[in-house]
Design a binder for this molecule. Sequence first.
Ligand code: CAA
Length: 380
Amino acid sequence: MDFSLTEEQQMVRDMARDFSREQLLPRARKHDEQGCIDPEVFVGLAELGLWGLTIPEEHGGAGMGNFELALVLEELNAGCASTGVTVSVHNSLLGSPIRRFGTVEQQNDWLPQLASGERIGAYCLTEPNAGSDAGAVKTSARRDGDDWILDGTKIFVTNGAFAGLFIVYARTNPLEPGAKGMSAFLVPCEAEGLTVGKAEKKTGIRGSSTTEILFENLRLPKEALLGEENKGFTVAMDTLDGGRIGIASQGLGIGRACLEASIRYAKDREQFGRPIGRFQAIQWKLADMSTQLDASRMLVHRAALKRDAGERCSLEAAQSKLMASKTANFCADECLQIHGGAGYTDDFEVERLFRDARITEIYEGATDIQRIVIARSLLA
Ligand code: CAA
């Protein structure tokens, strides 16, 4: 197994690392406190081509794969997890399904605008009664001549406040209550009948946008259907295979930031007449954090490479998210413990990292959903 990166991969990772250190880390506290990402960050991401990292070159993107995206997302999330999830959702949950399921016209229409960051993407699956049970979606799309009429409410939509294009999962066959009767639609933000609803106040990743999105009598042309009618659940799940690798990369970034903060503090903080890093109790924590992060990274990279090879990677993606999200929370917990009382105040970034880490075990499939996906694959 070759663990080395190509020159191009090193270059893109280093570019993301520099941007994260110079532009994201200094703003992370402000993003958290103000509940939004600095507009200059959006411009910077566009200048570096990160909105279009995985969009094909013929559509204005960089034409890279999930592996390079994982490298980039680890770096961005090490600086600011709010920015990290914004970029992850845009690339994995919108750019990816249009590439994988879109018609030539849909790709020509939407991918260039996503690649430039002119339109940011959002993914509308979750509803008040359809969270882990994603097949329980009630939002409906009914035919009216050649058009579709969309009605319903989506919740917890990342990027909801500023997204320019939404992928919306709706029931197109009311006689099929579960996963079978759903379809995917591409809905531009200016569509009449689309309203951005309540913005959530969250425990962590407070700089990212999470909103309700409401659809009322929203008319869509037949060209808005993405993939086959009534096959939307497959689009949703295939898309989440990629998204979960993105959130696993977020876990890596947050966890690594915790390890780096812990090392700095362990060298700096003195108790009993010596730096606390000289005590074995602290050394063991650092060793465990580092080892779990490396193991998680290998799972993330394996899943990304399998997806890039065009193979189904549901098992590997779920394993990588399960492990990396647990590692992020483990590292955040240990980092806070190493910082002691100081870590429980906002004098240090660990309190933000601790809050940001928590969501990685919840969104894009909670930890127990990953276990279900893994177990079903083992038993199949
Ligand atoms: N790729 C392709 N097809 C897939 C698939 C995949 N990864 N996973 C399932 N399918 C197909 C199955 O093969 C099956 O097809 P057939 O009927 O033709 O055999 C069909 O989809 C139904 O699959 P299941 O029977 O497994 O469906 P289920 O109802 O039992 O659900 C589940 C399985 C794993 C629990 C699923 O509902 C799930 O993943 N739930 C979690 C939802 C989730 O992750 N939500 C996150 C929303 S996004 C977000 O978090 C916000 C954000 O913006 C960050």
